[in-house]
Design a protein around this ligand. Structure first.
Ligand code: SAM
Length: 277
């Protein structure tokens, strides 16, 4: 995006000086909060980072919502993948521009937005969602953020364990409550050498997934979790915040290999793990 001036209809993240935020649209008319009123028609033509003054003299800054800002503003009817974990899906799942990605389920569409961004216009994302109401909700969330239905997204209402799909993909992304049931059927769509990335909040789920992955010709099975701790930094303090989101879920990444009966898959070490002495 080169011109950073807001156009009518664009999403705007109004941000107070204390950091409270509201997601609105430029040109939408009057907007009221505890800080007073502003006219959102006044946002049109302004630049990101400028501010408006409310009728009570408070300042509200104008920003385009980042993906992180946006996903925390979604009307979430399902658990979503948090941004810290989205980053891991993309990097440890090695999701690249041009990749074909199959994901299930779509839930609120948060992770789908990160996947669409990672594969870019030359890639594709196919989302399989069993519940039509979540498919519809996610579609609305995606279109609202992107401003239009993305051309590189296909949404299929069905069960990932049985839906017939005619596609071969580079990456398979699972965020369903029982991913171990999906590993066998969905991995038929995954090309050899392709990566599967699965997310589960409970370690019992992860154990079942890992067992199934090994039974279906996957190697290099790695499971990890990521902890994000914010810090308070100002003139007086430099220390971690008292509270944090201590747990979201475990991420399992595995690589599909060509398997010959009786052959043991290669043991691949995590390059980030410390080398044993
Ligand atoms: C936790 S939500 C996914 C959240 C999503 N990743 C996000 O970031 O917004 C899990 C979704 O999987 C769907 N689901 C559960 N079992 C499924 C199955 N067998 N096939 C397809 N979708 C399924 C649920 O309906 C739900 O929408």
């Amino acid at each position: 995006m080169t011109d950073s001036r807001f156009e009518a209809g664009e999403l705007v993240l109004l941000t107070s000086q204390k950091g409270k935020t509201w997601l609105v649209r430029a040109g939408e008319g009057p907007f009221s909060s505890h800080l007073g009123n502003v006219d959102l028609n006044d946002v049109v033509g302004r630049q990101e980072g400028e501010c408006l003054e409310t009728n009570q003299g408070a300042k509200v800054f104008l920003f385009r919502p980042s993906l992180t800002d946006y996903v925390f503003k979604l009307k979430r009817k399902t658990q979503i993948i948090y941004p810290k974990d989205m980053g891991a899906f993309v990097v440890y799942g090695d999701i690249r521009p041009g990749d074909r990605v199959l994901e299930s389920g779509i839930g609120s569409g948060a992770l789908t937005l990160a996947l669409l961004r990672a594969v870019g216009p030359t890639g594709t994302v196919v989302s399989v969602e069993k519940r039509p109401e979540f498919a519809q909700l996610a579609r609305r969330h995606i279109e609202r953020f992107l401003g239009r239905p993305p051309k590189n997204h296909r949404l299929v209402v069905g069960d990932i364990e049985s839906v017939p799909l005619r596609c071969t993909v580079d990456r398979l992304v699972l965020d369903v409550p029982e991913p171990w049931h999906a590993v066998g059927p969905a991995s038929r769509q995954l090309r050899t050498g392709g990566l599967l990335i699965s997310w589960s909040p409970n370690v019992g789920q992860v154990q079942l997934v890992c067992r199934e992955l090994k039974a279906h010709g996957f190697a290099n099975v790695t499971t990890f979790e990521l902890l994000k701790r914010n810090w308070k930094i100002d003139e007086r303090r430099a220390r971690p915040e008292d509270r944090m989101v201590a747990h979201t879920g475990f991420i399992t990444v595995a690589k599909k290999i060509v398997r010959t009966v009786g052959e043991t898959p290669p043991a691949i070490r995590d390059p980030e793990a410390p080398v044993p002495r």
